[in-house]
Design a protein around this ligand. Structure first.
Ligand code: SAH
Length: 243
């Protein structure tokens, strides 16, 4: 009798272990399906055509960059809170801004506003090196951990004010800003190489901002406002200047 009981416990434990894994696999498959739908219904359907961008959006596990209680919403057509009053941008906006950067595999890109690290991860699949600055220290720390855990080894994150850029690694082939200042920070223009592109939302806090696509030509920025947007404000030095 005794022997039989032991055997049963053993079988039960095995069954639990065996069950856990298919459950996780099913969950991953469901996320992957949701991600494919996100790409076709939210991103392709609205006109994003760059195959490299579409492939990157189909690959990066967005659910790994949002807080656990928001995971089931990770592939919805909207921004999501990530704590500290900040948000991860809507997937379409990430795809649109990434496409506008016209990045090449050899590029080095500067991002201002790491947030969750999701945009940096998408860029990491498209370029050689990504440098990203986040002003909220716990967010920067969490992004570093998540990017490392998920294997994005070509992203370097630092906690600090992105207004001044990252001189040590300049010049950059492209600059992407995911928080909105009320003017274009001059250091970011200086740190962009000639011919490089910058994507940046600009506008006063609480108003609708414009997303600008800029190209550096002859040391000057040629700019075009492409779409009205609403990003979180850039804080730090630029915020103090506003007061
Ligand atoms: N790219 C992010 C979304 C970021 S939301 C993602 O993929 O998740 C904008 C981020 O900009 C916020 O995390 C905010 O804290 C940060 N931010 C605001 N002002 C900043 C500044 N001066 N320097 C660096 N980061 C800043």
């Amino acid at each position: 009798m005794k022997r039989r009981a032991v055997k049963l416990v053993g079988v039960g434990a095995l069954a639990i272990i065996a069950c856990e894994s298919p459950g996780e696999e099913r969950q991953e498959a469901a996320y992957q399906k949701a991600r494919q739908e996100m790409v076709s219904k939210q991103i392709k359907a609205r006109g994003i055509r760059d195959e490299r961008v579409l492939a990157a959006m189909a690959k990066v596990p967005r659910h790994e960059f949002v807080p656990a209680q928001r995971r089931r919403h990770a592939y919805l057509d909207s921004p999501l809170p990530i704590g500290h009053d900040q948000t991860i941008s809507q997937p379409y906006m990430v795809a649109f801004m990434t496409e506008q950067l016209e990045s090449k595999p050899g590029h080095r890109v500067l991002e201002i506003g790491t947030g969750s690290g999701y945009q940096a991860a998408v860029l990491a699949l498209l370029v050689k090196e990504v440098y990203s600055i986040e002003i909220v220290k716990p967010l920067a720390e969490r992004a570093v951990k998540d990017l490392k855990r998920l294997g994005y080894g070509n992203v370097t994150v630092k906690a600090g004010d992105g207004y001044r850029g990252w001189k040590e690694h300049a010049p950059f082939d492209a600059v992407i800003v995911t928080c909105a200042p009320d003017h274009v920070p001059e250091p970011l223009v200086e740190q962009l190489r000639e011919g490089g592109r910058m994507i940046i939302p600009v506008g006063k806090e609480g108003t609708v901002q414009s997303l600008y696509v800029m190209t550096k030509k002859g040391g000057k920025m040629q700019q075009e406002a492409v779409v009205p947007v609403r990003f979180v404000p850039m804080t730090g030095e630029v915020g103090k200047r506003r007061e």
